[in-house]
Design a protein around this ligand. Structure first.
Ligand code: HEM
Length: 296
């Protein structure tokens, strides 16, 4: 699927994304503050994008957003998770059936056209679910927590708002500093080796803490300091190696456009509740703020 997510493909989608951003900002402006930035901006944008790319009807968002929230809630029982997975598969299975009979101009349609004989309906359902969840949960939480981080650092917020040359580096620094995905895909050791004095045997499973790696003093100096003007580091917020994030160019494009556009439209953007009152996702593989009331 990498062909669908190349820098070139993502670049072609930029004008459409800029339109979606403007529409969302217009709606926020018309509604007037305070609004919850998560529901007004951070969640709708990546959801709209992945729906368009994948071929998922955006009208269904309330249901699939609820199901993916449930999937990422690690406090639920196995029975609750299983019931949710069955509902997710039934929904995506229905979309796959539609694309099988009439493949559209979207990723599912492309997979049917180009690889339809090799991929079963279960394969396509799995791919569709993975992209739908990964495509909106992650970027949405980066937009929410990223905005909060900038609001806590007004001097750096001003740089991101006013200096277009800072934006790309700022997004990398936010990805590193926030490290919203706690650990990458679990790997299995194919041979015995020793890492930092710890013997890892063949067949053992290895979980890597991405936030710890991204705050490693061996990676950069003063890792706990947030600085949008740093030279971008080789962070691992998107993982590493063959399984590193498929959607990273898409996520970067979305963050590079959506963050400065929000700050420029509302130069007086501020939290509408005390910082101490904010609540965060806990027991979830992706960090985030539950709601982010803002005014301007
Ligand atoms: C800021 C946003 C995002 C972050 C921080 C993020 C982070 C990650 C991380 C840490 C991994 C595991 C990589 C590894 O273990 O080496 C991953 C995998 C993946 N991500 Fe993302 N992601 C983001 C956005 C997206 C988007 C927008 C999409 C899809 C449109 C996406 C699709 C995927 C897929 C399909 C994988 C699995 C790749 C594989 O197993 O080969 N991600 N992501």
């Amino acid at each position: 699927m990498t062909g669908q997510f190349t820098v070139r493909r993502i670049k072609a989608f930029r004008p459409r994304f800029a339109e979606l951003v403007d529409d969302a900002l217009d709606r926020m402006e018309q509604a007037g503050g305070p609004v919850d930035l998560m529901t007004a901006y951070a969640l709708p944008l990546p959801s709209l994008v992945i729906c368009e790319l994948l071929g998922v009807p955006y009208e269904d968002r309330a249901d699939f957003q609820r199901r993916s929230d449930t999937m990422l809630d690690l406090s639920l029982t196995m029975e609750e998770q299983l019931a949710n997975a069955i509902a997710m598969n039934a929904y995506m299975g229905g979309l796959v059936a539609v694309q099988r009979s009439d493949p559209g101009e979207n990723i599912l349609g492309m997979l049917v056209r180009q690889h339809g004989d090799d991929l079963s309906d279960e394969d396509l359902t799995g791919i569709g679910n993975l992209l739908l969840i990964a495509g909106h949960e992650t970027t949405a939480n980066m937009l929410g927590l990223g905005t909060l981080l900038l609001l806590r650092h007004p001097d750096q917020l001003a740089l991101v708002r006013d200096d277009p040359t800072v934006v790309n580096g700022a997004v990398e620094e936010m990805l590193r500093y926030l490290s919203i995905v706690n650990n990458g895909v679990i790997r299995t050791a194919t041979e015995e080796f020793t890492l930092a004095g710890q013997v890892i045997r063949k067949g053992e499973r290895v979980v890597m803490s991405l936030p710890a790696a991204n705050r490693d003093p061996a990676l950069l100096s003063e890792p706990d300091r947030f600085d949008v003007t740093r030279r971008p580091s080789a962070h691992v917020a998107f993982g590493h190696g063959i399984h590193q994030c498929l959607g990273q160019q898409l996520a970067r494009m979305e963050l590079r456009i959506a963050l400065p556009a929000l700050l420029r439209r509302f130069p007086g953007l501020r939290l509408a509740v005390p910082y101490e009152d904010l609540r965060y996702r806990v027991l979830a593989p992706v960090n985030g703020v539950l709601s982010l009331p803002v005014a301007w």
